[in-house]
Design a protein around this ligand. Structure first.
Ligand code: 0X9
Ligand code: ZN
Length: 414
């Protein structure tokens, strides 16, 4: 058995792309010419934040990963254009390696060790965990499969409720739309455990929680086996693989901030809901729109609370209400570990980006709809160490508590 595990780990390590010598630079364009110069850098540049060259603008900084083979040339180009920059991550591989390390130590292939909520987990581990947690808590947890991914993986959802009252409001939380944002699925798992461990199971006796730990299951699996920095789904379209699953929803589909090029990180796909992962969740929203009062979708990174719209600069009809809870949520987050989140409508707070799940949920009738960009703010980015999972989840739980109180309040009118 030991040698089997060793072989498994070895093949995992050998197959995956490595990032030795890659650096993440934070660049600070001060004028339009500098913005253009950054947009025109080598196509191998990987835009971390914002997520595409289109999002680069004067006066705001951007985090970009530069593969080692083009690093010297890119630095020369930046200096020639007098673009200010600093090194955010010296060596991407060393941080990526850290993220994989504990999985190797625990023997991810035999699943015999106890579940650790402060570690990153593979798709198979998460899927097994959904089965186990449902079996261990038959009266409070129900596991359903929303559908299958392009590569045939199940997309499980856990529904938590206790002391069943049919009139309880329902809350939909999803994680892992973008594959490389690992802290997001980590939060969904931690949050399920938190709701179950709470004294008297208060929250799940007052509301029914539907939690999807990982929507983009193929992309997530691919980040473990092949490319840690993969963002999209794994469907094949034209020359390239993958659709951005947060540009594929039927909400301003194909508009600003989404790309029609199948190789782009923000490719919107051939048509709305072309991705089975998106369609599965969209079908659930349509079927449950009358009961679901709150939708929260977890991404990383940037520490932001975003609400509709992102496909237009128009304000949502209940902007005052969305903003009121965003402020309360931001304060609640800050009170836990003093982390500062910004908040506002997506289009102005981060960038315009059409075809997102928050706007779709909102237009479908879920009037409290938020995208949360979890930690951090440009230190580790996607390579957030496991040592920060616990604190990230604790402060995010405070946000969820605010939103819970809002929708279960007897005076709340959806
Ligand atoms: O661009 C995105 O999809 C999200 N940011 S990320 O860095 N995680 O990729 C922001 C989504 C905001 N909402 C919409 N664009 N609808
Ligand atoms: Zn994301």
């Amino acid at each position: 058995m030991r040698s089997l595990i060793f072989l498994g780990i070895l093949s995992l390590a050998l197959a995956r792309k490595t990032f030795f010598g890659d650096q993440v630079l934070t660049v600070h364009p001060k004028n339009e010419a500098q913005v253009q110069a950054i947009k025109n850098l080598d196509t191998k540049v990987d835009f971390w934040s914002p997520d595409s060259p289109a999002g680069i603008s004067v006066g705001s900084s951007a985090d970009i990963r530069i593969p080692s083979e083009i690093l010297p040339a890119v630095k020369v180009a930046l200096r020639r254009q007098k673009i200010e920059f600093e090194v955010m991550i010296e060596d991407v591989e060393s941080l990526v390696g850290e993220q994989f390390k504990s999985a190797q130590g625990r023997g991810i292939l035999d699943g015999t060790t106890a579940y650790d909520y402060e570690k990153y987990h593979t798709y198979d581990e998460i899927n097994d965990w959904t089965n186990a947690i449902a079996a261990e808590n038959p009266t409070m947890v129900q596991r359903t499969v929303l559908g299958q991914s392009t590569e045939g993986r199940d997309i499980p959802m856990l529904t938590l409720s206790s002391g069943q009252s049919a009139s309880n409001p329902e809350i939909l939380v999803d994680c892992g739309i973008h594959a490389r944002e690992w802290v997001s699925p980590a939060f969904c798992q931690w949050f399920v455990r938190q709701l179950l461990d709470e004294p008297n199971n208060v929250r799940i006796s007052e509301a029914t929680y539907h939690i999807i730990p990982s929507i983009n299951v193929d992309g997530y699996a691919y980040t473990w086996t092949n490319d840690r920095m993969w963002r999209k789904t794994r469907s094949k379209n034209g020359l390239c693989y993958g659709v951005d699953p947060n540009r594929n929803w039927d909400a301003g589909f194909g508009g600003e901030g989404s790309s029609s090029s199948s190789c782009a990180e923000t490719y919107h796909g051939p048509y709305a809901e072309s991705e089975p992962e998106v369609k599965a969740v969209a079908d659930f929203m349509r079927a449950n729109k009358d009961n679901v009062k709150l939708y929260v979708t977890y991404h990383s990174y940037g520490q932001m609370i975003l609400y509709p719209y992102s496909y237009t600069y128009d304000l949502a009809a209940n902007t005052d209400e969305l903003d009121f809870y965003a402020v309360q949520g931001k304060n609640a987050i800050q009170s836990v570990h003093n982390k500062r989140y910004i908040y506002g409508p997506g289009a102005v707070t981060i960038y315009p980006a059409a075809g997102g799940s928050d706007d779709f949920a909102y237009d479908t009738g879920i009037k409290l709809s938020y995208t949360i960009e979890l930690r951090d703010k440009g230190v580790y980015g996607f390579t957030l160490p496991e040592s920060q999972i616990q604190a990230t989840c604790e402060e995010t739980d405070a946000f969820m508590q605010v939103m819970h109180n809002a929708v279960v309040s007897p005076t709340y009118q959806a």
